[in-house]
Design a protein around this ligand. Sequence first.
Ligand SMILES: Cc1cc2nc3c(=O)[nH]c(=O)nc-3n(C[C@H](O)[C@H](O)[C@H](O)COP(=O)(O)OP(=O)(O)OC[C@H]3O[C@@H](n4cnc5c(N)ncnc54)[C@H](O)[C@@H]3O)c2cc1C
Length: 468
Amino acid sequence: MPSEDFVTQQRTAGRHAVVIGAGLAGMLAAWVLREHAGRVTVIERDRAPEGPKPRAGVPQGRHAHVLLPSGQRALDALLPGTVDRLLNDGARQVGMPEDMVQWQAGRWYLRTPASIHLLACTRPLIDWTVRERVRSDDRIHFTQSTEAAALLGDAGRVRGVRVRGRGAGDRATRDIEADLVIDASGRSSASPLWLNEIGARAPREESIDTGLAYASQVFRAPEGEPDPAFHCFYVLPNAAQPLTAVLLRVEEGRWIASLSGPRGLEPPTDAEGFVDYASRYPHPHLRDWLSKAVAESPVVGGRHNANVRRYYEERGRLPAGFLAMGDALCAFNPIYGQGMSVAALGAVALRAALSDRDSVPTTARTQRALAAVARQAWEIAAGADKEIPGVEFYGTARGATADAAAWYLRRLQQRVPGNPTLGAAYRDVLALNAPLTTLFAPRNAADVLFTRVPATPEHPPLTRDSLD
Ligand SMILES: Cc1cc2nc3c(=O)[nH]c(=O)nc-3n(C[C@H](O)[C@H](O)[C@H](O)COP(=O)(O)OP(=O)(O)OC[C@H]3O[C@@H](n4cnc5c(N)ncnc54)[C@H](O)[C@@H]3O)c2cc1C
């Protein structure tokens, strides 16, 4: 019933919005909502640490994270100056391919001048920087050590959230009424179940799962060795070589090594096994570096990295007063580094939808805008995983990418490491700067279809010589 819909109301001091989850999506959603509701409550099951420290509710925060250029722009559009603040605190702009040693489809990339820059730092630094800024607004209230346990309302409208204390404190439940509830509780969101409980339909769900498992460890560069002349060592998977590796320089002279492999090839989580696993990559450099480097943390593992998409935007499914965003809406295999950027782009889309004076921003329309933001990242991550041996599909009849498209993309990936123009087009797509269709544009198609595979370095280009 549009007239009852939160987003169709005049902005009113009496409106109350609730956000479930104080991850990146939740914090940025709360920041946007403060312009549209007199009061915003963020419900978070963790207690936020003081300073840039990992926390239990965001276990992925111990693994390597980068922010794509589109995510950086979105973050700055919402919270101006945030990227500069991160850079002041030790984050780094990593030029692709200039500052990276990158392997894909059997080839090492030429380190030609950068066409895009990734923001590299620890995930806790990003979360803390955003959190401090959002907490400074007195329209936003935090209810910590408290978990959402159910939705209130009925099939037509969500009217609030039932919450329960966590930890040693009060475990009693209480109800919080709200005009709008946003689920930003991450990939393990229970909203489909909660919607069923109030008589609404759960969204259709699709999952493409390679069984990808991660293991990560923090290091300092080997004593006495020259500082590496790169900021990131990155091995991408394909059907023949399904392992991924990221060795990323972060703040305070530390490096995070994140190794991952699909079902049956999971990396071990003991220190010795972790370094041994690195021998499986296409060149011994990574293993050699890790075996000499100084470990600064234990190895931490992580599973549950499937691509999961919940189709809340499908017609007739969504009660008024409820939206889902971030990983709760669509979660990706992490190896393309897209999730935080999609969370930030989602918040920009939320702001645009709520402020749109030309069309009625119902919850259904707003949810469609949020889903649209996630689509390309889904096509990239889920599309690539369809090619990985052993992948499992749930809720989708679709198998591997159509033969012709897969053939074209394989030819493209063979040429990208040695062809800077094609490389720039490819990176723009991966960075969510340009639509996937640009890869099939005539100028790119000519290179893909009619040129030989260009020469690339035989060994990992550990120095920047190839820039000259
Ligand atoms: C190994 C790995 C590497 C990654 N690398 C990158 C990368 O390089 N770049 C990138 O952009 N993305 C990366 N990602 C993805 C990125 O971490 C996520 O996309 C991002 O964290 C999503 O943010 P979110 O706020 O939606 O969810 P989350 O960050 O998961 O936050 C969810 C929040 O909800 C809280 N919560 C959950 N349930 C409840 C409840 N019932 N009640 C109250 N609170 C609740 C949690 O405690 C948490 O604070 C990676 C992910 C993984 C697993």
